[in-house]
Design a protein around this ligand. Structure first.
Ligand code: NDP
Length: 507
């Protein structure tokens, strides 16, 4: 009796509720009274339970853990959380699929998001990566079109293989990522059994102001494990949340997943002569030319207490970098710096940084931002709300800024002109990295998807596979019963000629 009294149900404002099974009615058989405030509050809150779903990366799972430094990287960066061997920093990680809705299956063929929030003493640092080192496009102006083409047909509301391959076959720079997507790595067995990559090139700078271009690789300690196409299809039906469950249960059992952080680091001098455009996210840096060095360890050891509060409301932005780390001219990175923050303001409101999972834990927000929906703290209390001021408000620290850097050139809508072979790295992956079984799976996976598209789109895409590697193109053409001489002809054409040759009505 005593116990239940202490645990009384209340309204959202703490007022005790007397009945939660029967609405207040006018008589035993009469209508409900508007004065049943508990009922009104209960229904109107329920009506607003859903927040906008992320346009991409809608389905995800997350966990807390820590990052530990194991190598001295102070010659490259002054970031405090990387300042000494053994230093540990709390993290929150969110894994996701990309194209599907919030209720979609975990096992689908899709890239996986791998976003890490480091709660550092210099503010929250977000590394917002994927499980692949490259991406389909390298300019954010194409992103909405790319995502539309991979989602649902505007008329039928069905995924549409014609839209999917129409866009990709008109986007030759996608061939590298397409090859990874349709390899076995396109269906990771679980979130624990895949790598994470920062994908973009970032800048690190040290206390002396010297800078380096870097790439992040988070290598799974569980080993890479992938699903075959058949296993993936089966899981999509029988256990659509298998990866979400796997992560949660592994951590509950004390089997804490971990990853080694390895970095590729290029000095500005090395970057000058580098054979690939280091700001083109469709390209990797070959390991032989830039061997990765082990820098730290990331461990996940604590599940969130509430999914919506901590995972659904978690918000990452690639622009959240701490002193010692900076952005690069990678165009996709520049676009994401805008788009992620903008998305979260739309999804969660202008004060999303106050939500506990997003708030800095070991640094203090000390800004002049005030007011707005859901300002749930004391809103800067009685302190000044403008800068400059002489009332003791926080002042900018010039030492925390990135050292000056050069930019030059004529403004214009420039295409990528720097060594721009979009096919070599996809070909290397096919020829030199994959074994016979992986190549066979790749061919089968592409055939079963591309085989459903219009023939003219198959032909246009086939030319890109052929340009990456002749054997790659020939095997696919053979499998789909396409004329290889026609494919060869299309492969020898310019992009414009190929587009013309594969217009509707042809093939
Ligand atoms: P390496 O032989 O040194 O590296 C190849 C890397 O490819 C491996 O280290 C592994 O990356 C990754 N890999 C292995 N099997 C597969 C697969 N089935 N699907 C996708 N990736 C796989 O060669 P290079 O560094 O010269 O790269 C050759 C090609 O390998 C690249 O063109 C690229 O397609 C691919 N690759 C390269 C990466 C890089 O950063 N250099 C990273 C990932 C892929 P990991 O060790 O990260 O698991």
């Amino acid at each position: 009796m005593e116990k239940s009294k202490k645990n009384t149900l209340t309204t959202a404002f703490g007022i005790p509720v007397s009945n939660d099974l029967h609405s207040m009615t006018a008589g035993e058989r009469g209508p409900i009274l508007l004065q049943d405030i508990h009922l009104l509050e209960k229904l109107s809150h329920f009506d607003r339970e859903r927040i906008p779903e992320r346009v991409v990366h809608a389905k995800g799972a997350g966990a807390y853990g820590y990052f530990e430094v194991i190598e001295d990287v102070t010659p490259y960066t002054k970031a405090h959380f990387l300042s000494e061997i053994g230093k540990k920093t709390e993290v929150f990680v969110r894994f996701s699929t990309v194209g599907g809705e919030k209720g979609s299956a975990d096992a689908v063929r899709d890239p996986r998001g791998y976003a890490v929030k480091f709660y550092t003493e210099e503010g929250n640092y977000d590394l917002v990566g994927n499980n692949t080192p490259v991406f389909f496009i390298r300019d954010p102006i194409k992103f909405p079109d790319f995502i539309h083409s991979q989602k649902r047909n505007p008329r039928t509301n069905l995924p549409d293989t014609d839209m999917f391959w129409d866009f990709l076959s008109l986007t030759p720079e996608s061939i590298h990522q397409v090859t990874i997507l349709f390899s076995d790595r396109g269906t990771p067995a679980t979130y624990r059994h895949m790598n994470g990559y920062g994908s973009h090139t970032f800048k690190w700078y040290n206390k002396k102001g010297e800078y380096f271009w870097v790439k992040y690789h988070l290598k799974t300690d569980q080993g890479i494990k992938n699903l075959t196409a058949q296993e993936s299809e089966k899981l999509c039906g029988s256990d659509p949340d298998h990866a979400t469950r796997d992560l949660f249960e592994a951590i509950e059992k004390g089997e804490y997943p971990s990853w080694a952080l390895e970095m590729q680091i290029l000095s500005p001098e090395q970057a000058r002569d580098f054979p690939w455009d280091i700001f083109d996210i469709t390209k990797i840096w070959p390991h032989k030319e830039v061997p990765p060095i082990k820098v730290g360890k990331l461990v996940l050891n604590r599940n969130p207490v509430n999914y919506f509060a901590e995972v659904e409301q978690s918000a990452f932005c690639p622009g959240n970098v701490v002193p010692g780390i900076a952005l690069s001219p990678d165009r996709m990175l520049q676009g994401r710096v805008f788009s992620y923050h903008d998305t979260h303001i739309h999804r969660l409101g202008p004060n999303y940084h106050l939500i506990p999972v997003n708030a800095p834990k070991y640094a203090k927000e000390n800004s002049y931002q005030r007011d707005g929906f859901m300002r749930t703290d004391y809103n800067g209390e009685s302190g000044p709300n403008y800068w400059p001021n002489t009332f003791g408000g926080p002042a900018p620290d010039p030492d925390s800024g990135e050292p000056l850097f050069d930019v030059s050139g004529q403004a214009g809508h420039h295409s990528f002109k720097y060594p721009n072979d979009d096919f070599a790295q996809a070909g290397n992956l096919y020829r030199m990295v994959m074994n016979d079984t992986e190549r066979e799976h790749l061919i089968q996976n592409i055939m079963s998807h591309l085989g459903k598209a219009q023939k003219r789109l198959q032909m246009r895409q086939m030319a890109l596979f052929y340009k990456a590697d002749e054997d790659y193109g020939k095997r696919l053409a053979e499998g789909l019963h396409l004329d290889i001489r026609e494919v060869e002809k299309l492969a020898s054409m310019s992009d414009e000629e190929r587009l013309k040759a594969t217009q509707e009505g042809n093939y």
